[in-house]
Structure formats: structure tokens, C-alpha cells
Design a protein around this ligand. Structure first.
Ligand SMILES: C[S@@+](CC[C@H](N)C(=O)[O-])C[C@H]1O[C@@H](n2cnc3c(N)ncnc32)[C@H](O)[C@@H]1O
Length: 223
């Protein structure tokens, strides 16, 4: 997506937070903490390769390290500004900035991963199927997903409204996915899945830039 049209490129406040989180200079996000805990049972042995889809500043890396989860972390983000921040943080921390991949999950090709985290990302995509299929094709055996799940799919393509001055005409997706559609899709790709309550919102509706969100978690795994 052209940066001029990308809502994730147009909030200075969020980008500042992304920088701080990537450098572990901001409090851990509740969702990153729960994501790492849900991932833990799948981290068996060393050197499993994990892809953090929509990694922003790469802060999920710190949540894994805090819990002693030894994985080969890779981040992927389609926002060039987020990628620059994550690479800067990795360099500062003595980590390899090549671990941060620039691009859209829909274009993921030629990579192999064992695990994936997809935290607060699918809702912003036009569909959940293509991102999940790219992860399946990349060999992912287990993943954790936090998203806006509910009884039925609701597609919302609306103005964000909280962006920097001059950009509040930009629209994004604020979708809610039918839980059973997502689970059926994963099953069709050979995955079992389990649902978990979101520890922060506990089934309550949360407004995200004035849109209703019902966060919950899926873990999914295959042989
Ligand atoms: C709400 S943020 C979530 C960041 C992080 N996962 C978290 O939970 O804090 C969504 C992130 O997904 C990225 N993103 C959106 N669409 C994407 C796509 N198609 N492929 C990869 N990253 C994407 C955005 O640039 C943004 O950094």
C-alpha cells in the first residue's frame, strides 16, 4: 500500500509509542503479555522460527524474552515507518535488524517459519483468509491470533478520524470476523484451534477509534 494511503504511517503519537515499545522503554502491552503466554506451550525445543505479523516496533520480542521463551524472532510489517523503528530498536539492542522484514503478510513468499503471532492485525485486513494462507504456506505449525471475533463477520471500511492533521480522510478496515468461519478455515488447512478470553477486555466491548471491538484469542496448531 502506498504510504500516503496507509493509516499506520499517519499518527505521530502512535509512532512515538511504537519507538518506545520497540526499545522496551514503554510498559508491556497486555496483549503482548497474553500472546507470549499463549504461545509458550508451542515453544518446544530451541531455534523455532517465529514470525510476528504486523510487528510494529518489534515489542513482542521483549515479551518473549521476559518469559524466557527461546525462539528465533522475526517481525514483519507493511508500514515503512514501523519497519524503520523496529530495525532501529534491534540495532540499538545489538540484535540483527535483518530480523525485521518489510512487506505485507499477503505477499509473504519464500520464507519458512514454525510459529506465528498475529496480534491486533487481521481486523485491519480486507479478509482473514489470505494472510492465514500465507502463514500456512510458510510452514507455520502453531499460531496465536488476537482479533475482533464474534458470531458473524461484519466488514467496516471507514474513516479512522484520529490521525495527524490533514490525514483524517483516510479510511481503513475495522472488521469483525465470524469466529466459526475463522475456525472452519483453519480446520480446512489442517489446524485444530482453541478460543481464549482476552484478559484485558474480558468479553466487554472496547471502542477502537470509535468502532466497537470484542477482542478474543485463538490458538491453532497442526501436526
Ligand atoms: C494495531 S497494529 C498492531 C501491532 C502489534 N501487533 C501490536 O499488537 O501492538 C497493526 C500493525 O499491523 C501492520 N499491518 C497492517 N496491515 C499489514 C499487512 N497486510 N501486513 C503486515 N503488516 C500489516 C500495521 O502497519 C501495524 O504496524
Amino acid at each position: 500500500m502506498r504510504p500516503e494511503l496507509n493509516i499506520w504511517e499517519r499518527s505521530k503519537g502512535l509512532l512515538k509509542l511504537i519507538t518506545a515499545r520497540g526499545l522496551a522503554k514503554a510498559p508491556e502491552m497486555d496483549s503482548a503479555a497474553q500472546g507470549a503466554e499463549l504461545l509458550a506451550p508451542f515453544v518446544k525445543g530451541h531455534n523455532l522460527k517465529l514470525l510476528d505479523v504486523g510487528c510494529a516496533g518489534g515489542h513482542f520480542y521483549h515479551s518473549l524474552v521476559r518469559r524466557g521463551l527461546k525462539v528465533d524472532y522475526y517481525g514483519l510489517d507493511s508500514s515503512p515507518k514501523a519497519v524503520r523503528r523496529a530495525r532501529f530498536a534491534f540495532k540499538k539492542l545489538g540484535l540483527d535488524p535483518k530480523r525485521i522484514i518489510a512487506g505485507a503478510v499477503e505477499d509473504l513468499y519464500g520464507f519458512q517459519f514454525d510459529l506465528a503471532a498475529v496480534i491486533n492485525v487481521l481486523t485491519f485486513r480486507p479478509d482473514f483468509r489470505e494472510p492465514l494462507d500465507r502463514l500456512v504456506d510458510a510452514g507455520v505449525k502453531a499460531l496465536v491470533v488476537r482479533d475482533n471475533f464474534g458470531p458473524e463477520t461484519v466488514i467496516r471500511w471507514e474513516i479512522d478520524g484520529y490521525l495527524d492533521e490533514g490525514y483524517n480522510h483516510l479510511k481503513g478496515y475495522w472488521n469483525r470476523w465470524s469466529l466459526s468461519e475463522v475456525q472452519d478455515f483453519l480446520a480446512s488447512r489442517g489446524f485444530q484451534s482453541a478460543l481464549y478470553e482476552d484478559q484485558r477486555t474480558r468479553g466487554q466491548m472496547e471502542l477502537v477509534v470509535d468502532k466497537p471491538y470484542y477482542w478474543s484469542w485463538l490458538t491453532a496448531w497442526r501436526q
